[in-house]
Design a protein around this ligand. Structure first.
Ligand code: FES
Length: 105
């Protein structure tokens, strides 16, 4: 199911943390493309929205221990890979709104 999480007015390079129900969601925009993933890092829970974008890796870097997660897939692109991939969400833009797909288990 796709959920409306707000306007698609992110600036290039922006990291935006949102509360969506009980979830913390990170929205980013890189090269015009909006991506969404869990904001709470699976390593130790820091908020990725407090981190930064690594353009070359096309990834967000966690501010706490600097693991990097690829935008769009959430893949952990850090070596050595000491934590899991981050959960990423499919994004669709509709009428100026960001819609993300959240499948509940
Ligand atoms: S909490 Fe994110 S890298 Fe450790």
């Amino acid at each position: 199911m796709f959920i409306d999480v707000g306007p698609d007015d992110l600036m290039e390079g922006e990291l935006r943390g949102l509360e969506v129900g009980e979830r913390l969601i990170l929205l980013t925009r890189l090269n015009g493309q909006i991506a969404a993933m869990d904001d709470s890092c699976n390593h130790a829970g820091c908020l990725l929205s407090g981190g930064w974008i690594h353009e070359k890796k096309s990834a967000v870097v966690c501010p706490c221990h600097e693991y990097a997660f690829e935008l769009g897939t959430g893949r952990n692109v850090t070596f050595p890979k000491l934590c899991e991939d981050q959960r990423a969400f499919e994004v669709r833009i509709e009428n100026g709104r960001v819609m993300i797909r959240i499948e509940e288990p």
